[in-house]
Design a protein around this ligand. Structure first.
Ligand SMILES: C[S@@+](CC[C@H](N)C(=O)[O-])C[C@H]1O[C@@H](n2cnc3c(N)ncnc32)[C@H](O)[C@@H]1O
Length: 222
């Protein structure tokens, strides 16, 4: 998969994809991530990318020309152009699964007051990472990249993410423990050291269901 991130602030991404699983995924050619400054596509003599809003109001609005030209120059028939915007579709694990099978994602990060609304016409999807407003689309882009790349076949074992929260069965993950068996009086459930794999599986299913009922009953409707 190839992921192109269009931003005015490439430095924000320094380090973000240079650690752990995402770093390894790039080294092993599971994904290629490119950071593109769309200011480089501005035809303005001063490389301007934003202007005041028609009708008046606060802040600066990102102009069509640099973004249209940037997207047109990198888009292919396999590309999916995703605008990151607070008024987009709320991002879910199911979308991460769907996007992890695509060949080319173009993630468009806004800033300031946001985009000239006509820019929506060249995007295939609009995604929000939650009901709050950030200063820019860079952190949302990192959220998408991280959640999608770990699902690309070969990046981590499939068994590791099928049981994750919101995974295969929509439930929250079951509780996990590691050594020591007792820590400051807190004990690991007996069943997990029984060696009885069938019973452990049943215990985990029940624990997962109970946690979901308590914390996120809305997920059980799915
Ligand atoms: C300050 S915000 C603009 C907010 C816009 N005026 C509004 O109220 O919808 C600047 C940029 O940050 C990004 N952004 C902020 N919050 C976001 C969220 N929850 N999900 C996705 N992108 C977000 C978008 O790219 C947006 O264009």
């Amino acid at each position: 998969m190839k992921i192109d991130i269009l931003t005015l602030f490439p430095n924000i991404f320094e380090g973000a994809f240079q650690e752990s699983i995402i770093k390894r995924a790039q080294e092993e050619n599971n994904v290629e991530i490119n950071i593109i400054n769309f200011r480089d596509y501005s035809k303005d003599p001063h490389n301007k990318v934003d202007d005041t809003p028609y009708g008046g109001g606060q802040g600066m609005v990102l102009m069509c020309q640099p973004i249209f030209d940037c997207i047109k120059s990198i888009k292919t028939k396999d590309s999916i152009v995703i605008m990151l915007t607070p008024d987009g579709i709320p991002y879910k694990q199911k979308m991460a699964y769907e996007l992890s099978s695509k060949k080319h994602l173009i993630l468009l990060c806004g800033h300031y007051e946001g985009f000239d609304d006509r820019i929506r016409s060249i995007c295939d999807m609009e995604i929000s990472i939650g009901d709050y407003v950030l200063t820019g689309g860079e952190i949302p882009a990192m959220v998408l990249v991280d959640s999608i790349v770990r699902l690309i076949p070969g990046v981590i074992k499939e068994e590791s993410h099928l049981d994750d929260s919101f995974g295969n069965n929509y439930l929250l993950d079951y509780p996990t423990y590691t050594k020591p068996r007792v820590y400051e009086g807190l004990e690991v459930p007996e069943i997990l050291i029984s060696g009885d794999h069938k019973k452990i599986e049943e215990y985990r299913k029940e624990a997962s269901l109970k946690k979901t009922q308590e914390r996120r009953p809305d997920l059980l409707d799915k």
